[in-house]
Ligand binder design. Structure first.
Ligand SMILES: C[S@@+](CC[C@H](N)C(=O)[O-])C[C@H]1O[C@@H](n2cnc3c(N)ncnc32)[C@H](O)[C@@H]1O
Length: 311
C-alpha cells in the first residue's frame, strides 16, 4: 500500500487535539515535531546529556505528521481533518495557521495522484459511482452518478458518504423535498434526485463545493431539481422538508440538531453521518434530546451514521 505523509503546522496548545483528530481520521502513525520540547536537555539512562535546538529543525513551530493510505478518498480525509482542525477554534484553541501540506505524492501531483485509485464503484444496491473520466456500461437496474470531485469533498467512496447513500436508498420513496447540509460535490443531492426526490436544496459554506455541486448536478442531468446555495448550516432556512441529510462531523452535527428539527415536517427523516465511532453516543443523545427517534444505526470502518425520525 502506498502512503502519503500529511503535515499540520500548528501550536503547542493544539498538539493533543490535532494528534487526536489525526488518529480519529485513521492515521497509520503520528509524529510530533516540537522544537520547544526538543530544546530542553535530555539525559539518557547512561548519564549522557543531549541538547537540541530549534535550528535543528527545518520548520518553525510545531509540525505534526501523520501517514494515510493513498486511496480514492485521500482528499476527503484531508478535508475532514481540515474541518475538524478549524472546529477547534470554536473551543478557543489556538491552532496557529493550521496549514496542511502533503508529501510522498509530488506536491503538484497530489491533487490528482489519488485519481488513479478512483474507479467506478457500486456503493449501494442500485447506485454506481463513477469518475467522469471513466467509461461504464451499467446494468439495466443500476443508477449511475458521474462525479468530478475537483478539490471538493465527495468522491462518493468515503465511508461516511457511502452510508448516507445506502440510507437514501432505504428512505426515498419519491417526490420528497430535501435539504443537503454540507453538500460538497453534491453527491448526496444527485443520489436523492436520481432516486426520485422532487427538489433538493444543497447547501455548503465553501465556494469550491458550490461550484463543484453545480457542475456535477448538470453533468448528471439533475440541475433542474437541485438548487445549490452558499450557506452556513441551516441559518435563515425556513422552508419545511421531508428529508434532511448532513454528512459533516460530530462536533458540527450536535451544534445544529435543533435547526434540523425546525426545518423537518413531522415524521420527516434525518440522515446524519461523518460521526466518528467514539462520538456516536454523544450525537445520539443530542438527537433524542431534540425530539428524534433513532430508526437505524449504520457503521462502516470507524464511522457511524444515523437514520432518525422527527417525532
Ligand atoms: C464531509 S463533507 C461531505 C460532502 C458530501 N455531502 C458527502 O457526503 O460526500 C462536509 C461538507 O460540509 C461543508 N461544511 C462544513 N461546515 C459547514 C457549515 N458550517 N455550513 C455548511 N457547510 C459546511 C464542507 O465544506 C464540506 O463540503
Amino acid at each position: 500500500m502506498k502512503w502519503s505523509e500529511i503535515s499540520i503546522h500548528t501550536t503547542q496548545e493544539a498538539i493533543e487535539a490535532v494528534a487526536n483528530i489525526l488518529h480519529e481520521a485513521g492515521a497509520g502513525g503520528v509524529i510530533i515535531e516540537d522544537p520547544e520540547i526538543l530544546e530542553r536537555e535530555w539525559e539518557t539512562p547512561y548519564g549522557e546529556v543531549y541538547q537540541l535546538s530549534p535550528e535543528d529543525f527545518p520548520e518553525e513551530g510545531v509540525v505534526i505528521k501523520a501517514y494515510f493510505p493513498l486511496n480514492s478518498y485521500l482528499m476527503e480525509t484531508v478535508e475532514q481533518i481540515k474541518l475538524a482542525i478549524n472546529n477547534l477554534l470554536t473551543f478557543d484553541i489556538n491552532i496557529g495557521d493550521g496549514k496542511i501540506s502533503i508529501s510522498e505524492v509530488n506536491e503538484e501531483d497530489w491533487a490528482s495522484g489519488w485519481k488513479k485509485y478512483y474507479k467506478p464503484v457500486k456503493i449501494a444496491d442500485k447506485i454506481l459511482i463513477t469518475p467522469t473520466w471513466e467509461e461504464v456500461e451499467p446494468k439495466s437496474d443500476e443508477i449511475v452518478i458521474e462525479l468530478d470531485p475537483g478539490m471538493a469533498f465527495g468522491t462518493g467512496t468515503h465511508p461516511t458518504t457511502v452510508m448516507c447513500i445506502q440510507a437514501l436508498e432505504k428512505v426515498i420513496k419519491g417526490d420528497e423535498e430535501v435539504i443537503d447540509v454540507g453538500c460538497g460535490t453534491g453527491v448526496l443531492s444527485i443520489a436523492a434526485a436520481k432516486l426520485g426526490a422532487k427538489h433538493i436544496l444543497a447547501l455548503d459554506l465553501d465556494e469550491v463545493a458550490i461550484k463543484s455541486a453545480k457542475l456535477n448536478a448538470k453533468i448528471n442531468n439533475v440541475g433542474s431539481v437541485i438548487e445549490v446555495k452558499q450557506n452556513n448550516l441551516l441559518d435563515n432556512i425556513d422552508k419545511r422538508v421531508d428529508l434532511v441529510m448532513a454528512n459533516i462531523l460530530a462536533e458540527v452535527i450536535i451544534r445544529f440538531t435543533s435547526d434540523v428539527a425546525r426545518v423537518l415536517k413531522p415524521n420527516g427523516i434525518y440522515i446524519t453521518s461523518g460521526i466518528i465511532g467514539t462520538k456516536a453516543e454523544l450525537v445520539k443523545d443530542v438527537l433524542i434530546r431534540d425530539g428524534f427517534i433513532i430508526e437505524e444505526t449504520l457503521r462502516k470502518d470507524d464511522w457511524v451514521a444515523f437514520i432518525a425520525k422527527r417525532a
